[in-house]
Design a protein around this ligand. Sequence first.
Ligand code: B1M
Length: 211
Amino acid sequence: MAILDEISTLLQAGRAPKVKAAVQQALDEGIAPKEILENGLLAGMGVIGEKFRNGEVFVPEVLVAARAMNKGVEILKPHMSSGDVVDRGTVVIGTVRGDLHDIGKNLVKMMMEGKGLKVIDLGVDVAPEAYIDAARENQAQIICCSALLTTTMAEMKNVVDALEASEMNGKVKVMIGGAPITQAYCDSIGADKFTPDAASAAEAAVELCAG
Ligand code: B1M
């Protein structure tokens, strides 16, 4: 669809206000929010990621594209939530210490809120103790850690270890995800659950809270 290609192109150019307007236009045309996300916004981010890897664009371009992505997601967010006032549990989420990537984390948050979970968002560059303090303060059932760098994913083990050493051990589950994360890594650090994408993370979180 033309408007989805336009969203992708505008995002790649980092035109945040125009991305917002185009996302709204796509919604007005009756295109499903999930399709706008996957075939418009994420498609554009995929192109930027590929160009970044190949050295065709650099950090500033990626940054403005990421900002445009977040603005587009803001418009979609109310349309992706179930709207039902249900309380299925509380989750603490953040990107691990040393890591500033938050687009995937924000998507996970959005999907979880859409499933009726209360999400406490700690942002990026989150120290292990901060996850545990927030889980304690908010009586959360799950700590969710996102990491995009192979150099920062090791922080997830620090979160698991800090939790095990605290009085919260056994009361809170740890879920992990992000591009470099695998099931094997999850098993190796003793985290409770790995999911590869935002939708499956939200489903797993609902199951863990129910269990
Ligand atoms: Co960065 N970066 N970046 N970057 N960046 C990557 C990740 C990289 C793969 C690019 C590349 O080289 N091809 C590479 C990592 C290489 C590696 O570690 N092996 C990289 C690098 C090297 C860097 C810097 C070191 C670059 C530099 O400064 N020289 C630097 C690090 C800064 C830091 O964090 N300390 C850096 C900086 C940046 C920007 C700031 C410019 C920007 C981030 C802006 C922002 O997030 N606000 C940025 C971006 C945008 C990217 C790419 C292009 C896109 C990432 C993204 O948002 N993808 C990325 C290349 C790529 O991935 N193609 C890259 C879209 C997003 C929806 O996907 O986050 O994977 P993702 O989330 C998915 C799943 O992984 C999953 O759900 C989401 C969708 O369903 N998921 C979870 C995520 N978290 C989850 C948690 C869960 C479950 C599922 O449970 C809890």
